[in-house]
Design a protein around this ligand. Structure first.
Ligand SMILES: Nc1ncnc2c1ncn2[C@@H]1O[C@H](COP(=O)(O)OP(=O)(O)O)[C@@H](O)[C@H]1O
Ligand SMILES: CCCC(=O)OP(=O)(O)O
Length: 357
């Protein structure tokens, strides 16, 4: 069997594309391209960003002198599919179709599998996704919403939440399967998950109208006001969806999806920016405390992760409100690139079989 596998990992997020190449677990290079909301505004769907994002990835590889022919596999962050268990999946025709047609909705991660498949097929090498955003381990009690037929679902940063939770469990000297954690991933979207003995038993839907608002999403909004907006005849359905995911949150209040820009404005004395950013911290803290109830108060640690966890002001505001629950651990950025690569390597090495969608 081959001793070294070269894996290209592709991670499209709502505000960025992250690309990495690994020889086994050793990182050769990693690069992030961030997009402003103006840059993505001309595209009327996620799939319409396909060429733009794919060309960016190929350019990054060319700039780093990585020959495409040297790759053994391509792995992408998986998108909005039907609810499935975690693990590594081969990108097959059914998956490709669901992602291309956005059968389950629009999110940047839909492009992960599609771009991986295109590059993989051209090189005649396998393409995979790992722990997509639809990994569903919700407890039955968490699915009930209050309206029959409107069940709650599980759409979240599964890949990073699981990877970071495993890392923290290890730091605590325990296994993931025997640890209770609350993990808040704070990126373009924000999801807060209750990890109970290795299962994410409750989490806010990070895409459509649940949980804290985020750089580009509304989170939970007062339902009555939302009805008025929907029936005002001023917006189409797709416009309303964009108000919630894409043009909500920081974008709606401050015109930017960039946490760093907001921090700059606050430092320059902008009181509106401070109020809105502090409100985001407040809502994240509230969601964390709700998950403490989900875990009946048995919480080994609270973990703050994602791009916004780089910002010490936000981390301080959240920590002040939730440290009474448990110790707060901060893991800025994400562990998604290595988690994607490890998922592909397990299959390439024959330690696991790729699951079929
Ligand atoms: N040092 C920082 N300070 C404040 N915000 C930051 C910092 N670094 C990244 N961010 C913000 O984090 C968010 C993106 O997080 P990330 O987890 O990379 O998102 P995604 O993968 O969802 O696109 C953006 O709002 C970005 O501006
Ligand atoms: C769809 C849930 C995951 C998510 O929100 O990812 P981004 O923060 O990358 O948009």
């Amino acid at each position: 069997m081959k001793e070294t596998f070269r894996v290209l990992a592709i991670n499209p997020g709502s505000t960025s594309t992250k690309v990495a190449v690994y020889d086994n677990e050793n990182l050769l290079f990693e690069q992030v391209v961030r997009y402003s909301n103006e840059e993505l505004a001309p595209f009327d769907s996620v799939i319409a960003q396909y060429e733009f994002r794919k060309n960016g990835i190929l350019q990054m590889l060319a700039d780093k002198d990585i020959a495409l022919e040297s790759l053994d596999a391509v792995v992408g962050r998986g998108g909005l599919l039907k609810p499935i268990s975690g693990g590594t999946y081969a990108v097959n025709t059914a998956m490709l179709e669901a992602l291309r047609l956005a059968e389950r909705g629009e999110h940047a991660s839909n492009l992960g599998g599609v771009i991986a498949k295109e590059i993989g097929d051209k090189l005649n090498i396998p393409s995979y996704i790992v722990d997509p955003v639809v990994v569903d381990e919700l407890a039955d009690v968490a699915r009930v919403s209050g309206i029959p037929g409107c069940d709650r679902g599980s759409i979240f940063h599964a890949l990073n939440q699981k990877a970071v939770a495993r890392k923290i469990a290890k730091e605590l000297g325990k296994s993931y399967e025997t640890t209770n954690l609350i993990v808040a991933h704070m990126g373009g979207g924000i999801t807060v998950g209750a990890h109970q003995s290795g299962r994410v038993v409750d989490v806010n839907d990070g895409l459509y109208g649940e949980g804290p608002f985020s750089p580009e999403r509304s989170g939970t909004v007062p339902t009555g006001h939302m009805f008025d907006l929907c029936f005002s005849r001023q917006h189409t359905l797709s416009e309303v969806k964009k108000i919630i995911a894409g043009k909500g949150g920081l974008v709606a209040y401050l015109g930017t999806n960039d946490g760093r820009e907001v921090v700059k404005r606050i430092e320059a004395g902008d009181t509106k920016a401070k109020l809105i950013y502090e409100a985001m911290a407040y809502q994240i803290a509230k969601e964390i405390a709700a998950n403490a109830a989900v875990l009946s108060g048995n919480v080994d640690a609270i973990v703050l992760t994602g791009g916004l966890a780089y910002d010490q002001m936000l981390v301080k505001w959240i920590t002040e409100r939730v440290r009474f629950i448990a110790e707060v651990k901060v893991v800025p950025g994400e562990h998604e690139m290595i988690a994607l690569t490890e998922g592909a390597l397990r299959v390439l090495r024959g330690e696991e079989s790729a699951k079929e969608y």
